[in-house]
Design a protein around this ligand. Structure first.
Ligand code: ATP
Ligand code: K
Ligand code: MG
Length: 699
């Protein structure tokens, strides 16, 4: 995994444009999305108008008012700046991606030809068009390989230069526009028109163009808005207290008090925290389609993983033909090959290859054979062919046995009549078949049974390899308290072998797409947050249902569209980083909210005595900060309130450090640091500012 270095928080290339954006974001229609800061802006507008009036009439404390108003505007600008910096970091990543979206031409296949094509610009391609892509060509748009196999360099989107295999059929058929074919030739059916390709969506995502507030953010915003309203009411009563003592408090002081008391720190940084979380994922080569997915990742309890292509490499290859007693190996190979001639899955193709390598059985022309082809489906878990009155099937052993009547002695495949003595033959064959199946399965291989006209011939052994380093990573997930469950369409014994090798906690075998979906719903009904990693079209419903659906980039378009995250490195254990980033996001938000609210304590001690000491001398007891003057107290508080936003931008963007020490311990630790820190820091900060401004004689 190549991980681009993190740009510095205050990189000049990001800071300068962000300053401009901070002013542009002053527009009330932009500001209204953030209620706390909108209120601050309204306060700034109101006091500015009063100041202008006083300027004309020559009344009021003009110098003092001017300084307070300036800092009110700074408060809003700093909040805007924080968001703009977060967005700017995303834009830098988007620009890198945009370079990959170079203008290319496409070799558009003429509608009823197999080889003649015309060159057209990639932008003119429509969904459904078929293009030829040859070695050296850039794939013009997203699509599905419908014929051929090729090695593809996807570095443009993944940053990983090792080529990947893309082939028709199966779960590795999706190709991404902007990537380059290195060898061979493929035919690609275009699945996305210009402007809505994967790369386009990636760019829009990292730029934050599609960012929507998550339910958690909305809830927090409502809470903050609620607190703001309470402080409006509280501050609104102050003039009457002053009037009672025969004095008056200038509006600008009231607004300053109000702004320092409302939760401006978290209000200013909330949006930046969310954007930064998504950006952090991008740096790990994971694209989150929604902020909600990132948050959910922070609380995941159960991780479900598809086996083939997710836990294993996914190119299951036929390695052996294992005939039943009394059946010629060549007869089995021949039947297996026939049933696979039109099977465009990697499994089917590898059977044709093995039959040719081992027995020299040549491919036959499907057109001349007058055959009816039965394609593989995840429901039937079988595929095959009806040819010359005979029917050949291959598939998962249990499905095949149900079909040829392994459980009942009566075969149900068409075209078979049962002899009276047949029962015994079938049962013996079934027993032997089970023995072979178990042997293959125990080694982690996938056994495919082959039958001709209801007569079992034997087993094809498909081999697959568990992805490297996966075991330790699953152990790390367990340590984080996440249960891993492998779900596969394969038989229980193969599943058990692979599950043991990969080190998952549990597995579900012989699962149909509906079973996968059901399992997720059951977990969710128990109140658990479920993540699912998958690559196949048959995983799509589950990916859509899961709270966090991580599609492998090697997977099909359907899978990539259904999930709410795509892992460009196709590494299911990346969930560790995804969860950490999610937890970090939640913790950062929680910590800064705590800090923001704790901040208020010091401000009460700074401002309240300063405001009232003239009317109520006994409040002098509260004046523990001994600030130089009431005006300096108000000014120091509002300056601190604005500067703390800028000071916390790096923390908001980088996130508080995640430590796997358990939720309770973490909460205590954060309360101590951010709660206590939030109480103490403003006392020190406000006092320091007070000393500084009275030294330079600002107030
Ligand atoms: N081309 C094929 N023809 C016939 N049967 C097949 C073919 N490919 C796979 N099978 C059988 O169907 C079963 C389920 O298919 P598949 O592997 O696609 O399911 P899955 O739910 O995606 O599980 P996995 O986790 O293994 O990817 C396989 O275990 C195998 O027994
Ligand atoms: K505040
Ligand atoms: Mg699969």
């Amino acid at each position: 995994m190549s991980k681009p270095a993190e740009t510095g928080v205050f990189d000049p290339q990001i800071v300068w444009p962000a300053i401009g954006h901070a002013f542009a974001k002053l527009h009330p229609m932009v500001q209204i999305r953030n209620p706390v800061m909108f209120v601050v802006e309204m306060g700034a507008v109101l006091t500015t108008l009063i100041f202008l009036r006083d300027l004309v009439t020559g009344s009021g404390h003009l110098a003092f008012s001017f300084q307070v108003i300036l800092w009110l505007w700074f408060t809003v600008l700093f909040a805007n700046f924080a968001e703009a910096v977060a967005e700017g970091r995303g834009k830098a990543q988007a620009d890198a991606l945009r370079k990959a979206r170079t203008q290319t031409d496409a070799k558009l296949l003429a509608p009823d030809s197999h080889s003649s094509y015309e060159i057209v610009p990639a932008t003119s391609l429509k969904v459904g068009d078929v293009v030829i892509v040859e070695a050296g060509d850039i794939i013009p748009s997203d699509g599905e390989v419908i014929e051929g196999i090729a090695s593809v360099n996807e570095a443009a989107i993944t940053g990983e230069s090792a080529p990947v295999i893309r082939e028709s059929g199966g779960d590795r058929s999706a190709v991404t526009g902007g990537t380059q074919v290195l060898s061979d030739q493929i035919r690609v059916r275009i699945t996305a028109a210009a402007g809505s390709t994967f790369l386009d969506r990636m760019i829009a995502l990292v730029e934050g163009a599609q960012r929507q507030k998550t339910p958690n953010e909305i809830a927090l915003n409502i809470l903050l808005a609620g607190m703001t309203i309470i402080f409006v009411l509280a501050v609104a009563t102050i003039p009457s207290f002053a009037a009672y003592a025969g004095g008056a408090i200038p509006i600008v002081s009231l607004v300053a008090l109000f702004v320092t008391l409302i939760p401006t720190t978290i209000g200013a940084l909330l949006s930046a925290i969310g954007i930064a979380g998504m950006n952090r994922l991008v740096r790990f080569n994971v694209l989150a389609m929604s902020g909600r997915a990132v948050e959910a990742a922070g609380d995941v309890d159960t991780l479900l993983l598809d086996k083939t292509g997710t836990i294993t490499l996914g190119n299951r290859q036929a390695t052996e033909f294992l005939p039943l007693h009394g059946i010629d190996e060549r007869e089995l190979a021949d039947a297996a090959q026939l049933s696979s001639l039109a099977d465009e899955t990697p499994e089917g193709r590898s059977i044709v290859v093995l039959a040719k390598e081992k027995y020299g059985i040549r491919g036959r022309d499907m057109g001349e054979l007058h055959a009816h082809f039965v394609p593989f489906s995840a429901q039937t878990r079988m595929s095959g062919i009806d040819i010359d009155g005979s029917s050949i099937r291959k598939g998962a052993v249990d499905s095949m046995l149900a079909c040829v009547g392994g459980s009942s002695p009566v075969p149900t495949l068409p075209g078979t009549a049962m002899r009276a003595s047949g029962t015994v033959v079938v049962t013996a064959a079934v027993r032997e078949l089970r023995e072979i199946t178990d042997r293959v399965a125990k080694s982690g291989g996938t056994p495919l049974a082959v039958a001709r006209d209801g007569r079992l011939l034997g087993i094809v052994h498909l081999k697959d390899i568990v992805k490297g380093g996966i075991r330790e990573r699953f152990a790390a997930l367990r340590h984080m308290g996440i249960r891993t469950v492998m779900i596969t369409g394969d038989n229980p014994m193969t599943a058990a072998a692979i599950a043991a090798e990969a080190g998952v906690d549990d597995f579900l075998a012989q699962a149909t797409p509906e079973n996968k979906l059901e399992l997720i719903r059951t977990e969710q009904a128990k109140g658990k947050l479920v993540a699912m990693c998958g690559d196949g079209t048959n995983d799509a419903p589950a990916l859509a249902q899961a709270d966090v659906g991580v599609a492998m980039n090697t997977g099909t378009m359907a899978a990539r569209e259904a999930g709410n995250m795509v892992d460009l490195d196709s590494d299911p254990t990346k969930l560790i980083e995804v969860v950490e980033i999610g937890k970090q996001l939640l913790m950062t938000r929680g910590s800064l909210t705590t800090f923001s609210i704790a901040n208020d304590v010091a401000k009460y001690f700074a401002i309240i005595p300063a405001m009232f000491v003239a009317f109520y001398p006994q409040l002098q007891a509260l004046n523990i900060m001994r600030l130089s003057s009431p005006q300096s107290a108000i000014l120091s508080a509002i300056i601190f309130n604005a500067l703390i936003i800028v000071a916390l931008i790096p923390l908001a963007l980088k996130g508080v450090k995640y430590r796997p020490i358990g939720a309770g311990a973490l909460l205590r630790r954060n309360l101590l640091i951010y709660g206590l820190g939030g109480v103490i820091i403003p006392f020190v900060g406000i006092k320091a500012i007070d000393i500084a401004i009275s030294a330079i004689g600002l107030s």
